[in-house]
Design a protein around this ligand. Structure first.
Ligand code: GUN
Length: 292
């Protein structure tokens, strides 16, 4: 078994991003600028947004965080997004999900200008992605592609099984792995909550990507010998063992699955760190006007 080391790869790629950010500053007098919007006080979202902002600073980007209480109305939020859409000093906008129930995530997602949609969630970017046109790729699937690329893993012709069909990970990941690109060119199966026997499919996976949000969902008996296992799970549990008071668990029973896998991502230290790299690369691409 070999580790797909998100810490190592993300640090390496962030160094390259920092060099490019410095070049942009040199040429244009301004830094790439990400605006993040956080509504409410969800513990996980607080942590993820703080990490995005901290990493912007690390690579020499500007960042702005707008925080709102859950009482903000949908209209107020949509107006704020419109304002940022118009701001020439902003390259990327992200609204951290999930949002409170009275705000439609779909409306918010569609309000963000596709040209600043560094989360890659806007239907225009998703459509362009599916057509293999230049687009912002959703950050987590993008981070996974970068990881596979970095380790030189050949995915062509392999059977990729994606467990989970979320808008954020499973659905775009399945499209990306099936595209005529490298990484890509897989035969893709998507499993989800209504799949009667996930094990039947997962056992045939050369590449198994798990984004179902359930601790230890994938057990050793569900994995083929020599499979590549990518664990997108970010299941937070209260813990007395860590400084933060929380411990992170993946969707894969790492201890028992790792001996069977050829490559595997740990949690923490795997996909989560690569998601940030995906977001930073999208913001950089926006500042360089590489997509639009
Ligand atoms: N919530 C969970 N993952 C993400 C992400 O990649 N972007 C945003 N905006 N919210 C999320």
């Amino acid at each position: 078994m070999q580790l797909l080391d998100g810490k190592f790869v993300s640090e390496k790629l962030k160094q390259q991003i920092a060099i490019e950010a410095a070049e942009i500053l040199d040429k244009t007098g301004r830094k790439p600028h990400l605006v993040a919007i956080l509504v409410g006080h969800d513990g996980g979202s607080e942590t993820y947004v703080a990490s995005k902002i901290k990493n912007c600073e690390k690579v020499g980007f500007n960042s702005t965080l707008y925080r709102y209480e859950s009482s903000i109305t949908e209209d107020e939020l949509l107006k704020k997004i419109d304002e940022i859409n118009q701001d020439p000093e902003t390259d990327g906008i992200l609204v951290q999900l999930p949002l409170p129930k009275h705000i439609s995530a779909d409306k918010v997602t569609e309000k963000i200008s596709p040209e600043k949609d560094v989360d890659g969630f806007h239907p225009v970017n998703l459509g362009r992605m599916q057509r293999n046109l230049p687009s912002f790729l959703p950050a987590t699937p993008y981070g996974i592609l970068l990881m596979l690329q970095e380790y030189g893993i050949d995915t062509s012709g392999k059977h990729c099984v994606v467990i989970g069909r979320s808008n954020i990970v499973g659905s775009p990941m399945s499209i990306l792995m099936a595209r005529n690109t490298n990484p890509g060119n897989c035969t893709v199966t998507i499993c989800h909550s209504k799949t009667p026997d996930i094990k039947k499919f997962s056992l045939d996976a050369d590449i198994l990507i798990v984004a179902i949000g359930k601790k230890n969902f994938v057990t050793a008996d569900m994995v083929k010998e020599g499979a590549i296992v990518i664990d997108v799970g970010m299941n937070r549990e209260i813990s007395t063992e860590t400084k933060s008071g929380y411990k992170l668990y993946g969707d894969v029973d790492f201890e028992n699955v790792a001996p069977k896998a050829s490559w595997i991502t740990p949690v923490p230290g795997g996909v989560g760190l690569m998601t940030i790299v995906g977001l930073l690369k999208n913001t950089l691409a926006s500042a360089k006007k590489e997509i639009y």
